[in-house]
Design a protein around this ligand. Structure first.
Ligand code: SF4
Ligand code: SF4
Length: 345
């Protein structure tokens, strides 16, 4: 049980010089696409944001603080708005003006998370909001040459050069960049700057990839996660949690949302807003009853969802090992240490 097979069926392989990455980026920008890329902020941390100049793009980073999932699943999204005038109701939705967007500088774990989100939002009753945004988004991923102590992609079936979910994947090999063009969207993006690319044979990416520590084996913990619900460890390991929700809001795969209506009888809108299983109100019923009344149940929900319920429902775990929740948690809760605690013999 891994996240997915690598998509190499109709892959095209190219090379581009490191110096020409800037030109490629600028060609994409000139084509009218919104470019979202990692940017280094004065606090020393890196965030995805719209970028207008290549000089603003960070290249030396391990991971951004927040994922780029808000491009396809906004934090707050107006599903529709209405106005009522002279007895006539007019509806508008937010899908008409979604721009073509390129997310540049994703890490392989993040691209895999987009693949997971597609499974989640499109599997049964396809979510047209997600689908429209995703169809207009091209993912340009950069393989990881460095990792830190929070990275654990190799524990969840991925690796620093995984191509799952990417449209176009770059692996920097000294002064040249190995380019795997994986989808039609990847082909269209590279076609914008054909002259910058040259043909190549398959190259070995391994010497240029990071080597994160493998913290556990999914095969080894798979059956133990089924039994973990009753573990006495949940109480101990959730004690420090502040219910801040930062772990879920930074996570590239967390997909819980709430629907809220705002307005009056004459005009209003329906909003979809991110929710987080760490919040005290997450499962609170209007009766006042809450089936998950403390952090013990909520932390258990978070980990059981990612490592067991997702497997039952979608056939894949919903953690890509990006380590964001570990880096951001003010209580220093560590998801892979928690998984090891609740699955130990
Ligand atoms: S980031 Fe840490 S403290 Fe905040 S909800 Fe998540 S586990 Fe709790
Ligand atoms: S649970 Fe943590 S490590 Fe896993 S994908 Fe989410 S933020 Fe990344």
């Amino acid at each position: 049980m891994t996240n997915r097979f690598e998509n190499t069926m109709n892959m095209e392989l190219k090379l581009i010089s490191s110096a020409n990455l800037q030109l490629f980026f600028e060609k994409l920008l000139q084509s009218g696409k919104i470019m979202i890329a990692p940017v280094l902020k004065p606090n020393g941390k890196v965030y995805f944001q719209p970028v207008k100049a290549y000089s603003d793009v960070a290249t030396d980073y391990i991971q951004t603080v927040f994922s780029a999932k808000s491009v396809v699943f906004p934090k707050v999204e107006t599903l529709f708005a209405f106005t009522k005038k002279d007895g006539k109701i007019t509806l508008t939705n937010s899908l008409d003006n979604i721009p073509e967007t390129v997310i540049w500088g994703l890490r392989p774990c993040d691209a895999s998370a987009f693949d997971y989100l597609s499974d989640f939002f499109l599997r049964e009753n396809p979510d047209s909001y997600f689908k429209t945004r995703k169809d207009r988004t091209t993912l340009v991923t950069f393989s990881c040459s460095h990792s830190d102590e929070a990275c654990f992609c190799t524990s969840v079936g991925l690796n620093p050069g995984s191509t799952i979910g990417s449209d176009l994947q770059m692996t920097v090999m000294n002064k040249e960049v190995y380019v795997e063009i994986l989808t039609e969207k990847g082909k269209q993006a590279s076609a914008i700057a054909t002259s910058l690319f040259s043909e190549t044979e398959t190259k070995d990416k391994a010497p240029f990839l990071a080597n994160p520590v493998t913290r556990f084996s999914m095969d080894a913990i798979k059956d133990k996660m089924k039994q973990a619900y009753d573990s006495a460890e949940w109480k101990h390991l959730s004690l420090g949690c502040f219910s801040c929700g930062a772990c879920a809001f930074s996570c590239p795969t967390c997909s819980c949302f709430d629907i809220q209506d705002e307005g009056t009888q004459d005009n209003g809108k329906r909003l979809r807003c991110w929710d987080a299983c760490g919040f005290g109100l997450f499962t609170k019923h209007s009766s006042g009853h809450n089936p998950k009344p403390t952090q013990v149940e909520r932390r258990r929900q978070r980990l059981m969802h990612k490592f067991h319920y997702s497997v039952e429902n979608l056939g894949r775990i919903s953690c890509v090992g990006c380590g964001r929740c570990i880096r951001i948690c003010p209580a220093h809760l560590n998801i892979f240490e928690n998984i090891l605690s609740v699955t130990k013999d």
